[in-house]
Design a protein around this ligand. Structure first.
Ligand SMILES: *[C@@H]1O[C@H](CO)[C@@H](O)[C@H](O)[C@H]1NC(C)=O
Ligand SMILES: *[C@@H]1O[C@H](CO)[C@@H](O)[C@H](O)[C@H]1NC(C)=O
Ligand SMILES: *[C@@H]1O[C@H](CO)[C@@H](O)[C@H](O)[C@H]1NC(C)=O
Length: 268
């Protein structure tokens, strides 16, 4: 009897690894459907939430689209102007260069996830996806009055944009519909600035100085003829001149290269 038990135990022990080996693939199979969640399609969400025209502009700007997409992974709060709010702004939008357009679109999102409650608790300046790391700028002011969240810029004639609707809110992405386009002072004159001089003065030093704060960050991204076709030629020329004069700001992705190379070096 004891001898039989030992034999049985040995037999069972011999089978054990086989059973484990058989069970392993089954477990892997069961786990496979639980793939990592797909990041939300931010432009599709905006479209569904009443910001179809704004979403189309983002999709038509490769620079803005790629920045929005990568921001979705790290946390983002977007403020999309409704179609009714965007319509009257379109002539001004078309007047911007490709760089200016990308900056304007990126000005409509903060690189931080805010719930509506979090937003109501954050009065004051807020950086955006258009904010340049070192030069700052492209920030707006969040202002809460009662239960109403508003966003203000110093651009002349720009109305405060009021948050009208929560389009989407699931950590780490929030999208709120606003009832006005946010105008950065870097692209639109401030209230104190004198009225624009007539055409011949456009290239005069004084005019250049007043607009020097407009520092396009996307210079390196727009070399192709396709990009040139898309830009307002006059604005493009001015940008080229300013970039020659100031050496041009470093695009953010360029600043990321040394860090990426350091990581690569550490891996090998
Ligand atoms: C996001 O949705 C838009 C439609 O609104 C579609 O054109 C686009 O291809 C989608 N992008 C991705 C990455 O799925
Ligand atoms: C667009 O630019 C032109 C030429 O600079 C100017 O005359 C016109 O007023 C601008 N339109 C808007 C809506 O800004
Ligand atoms: C906001 O941007 C302005 C330029 O438009 C800059 O002078 C100011 O320092 C910025 N504020 C913050 C808090 O970054």
């Amino acid at each position: 009897m004891p001898r039989f038990s030992l034999a049985a135990a040995a037999f069972l022990l011999a089978l054990l690894p086989l059973a484990a080996a058989k069970a392993a693939p089954a477990a892997a199979k069961a786990k496979a459907p639980a793939a990592p969640p797909v990041p939300p399609n931010i432009t599709a969400l905006m479209s569904k939430g009443g910001c179809k025209a704004f979403a189309s502009l983002v999709e038509a700007s490769p620079d803005a689209l790629s920045t929005f997409r990568s921001a979705v992974e790290g946390g983002v709060t977007a403020f999309c102007p409704t179609d009714a709010a965007l319509r009257p702004f379109m002539p001004s939008y078309r007047n911007l260069s490709a760089d200016g357009r990308a900056s304007l679109l990126l000005f409509h999102a903060a690189p931080v996830y805010y719930t509506l409650a979090g937003l109501k608790a954050s009065n004051g300046p807020m950086n955006t996806l258009a904010t340049d790391g070192s030069a700052r700028g492209y920030n707006f002011t969040v202002q809460n009055v009662g239960d109403q969240v508003s966003i203000r810029t110093e651009a002349a004639g720009a109305a405060a944009a009021r948050v009208r609707d929560t389009v989407y809110d699931r950590d780490p992405v929030a999208i709120y519909a606003v009832d006005a386009v946010l105008e950065p002072v870097e692209l639109f004159d401030t209230a104190e600035a004198p009225a624009p001089a007539p055409a011949p003065a456009a290239d005069a030093p004084r005019a250049a100085g007043r607009r020097a704060r407009h520092r396009p960050r996307h210079v390196a991204d727009a070399p192709g003829p396709a990009a040139d076709d898309d830009a307002a030629p006059a604005d493009q020329r001015k940008n080229a001149k300013r970039n020659a004069a100031h050496g041009g700001p470093r695009p953010r992705w360029l600043a990321a290269i040394p860090a990426a190379m350091a990581v690569a070096a550490a891996l090998v």
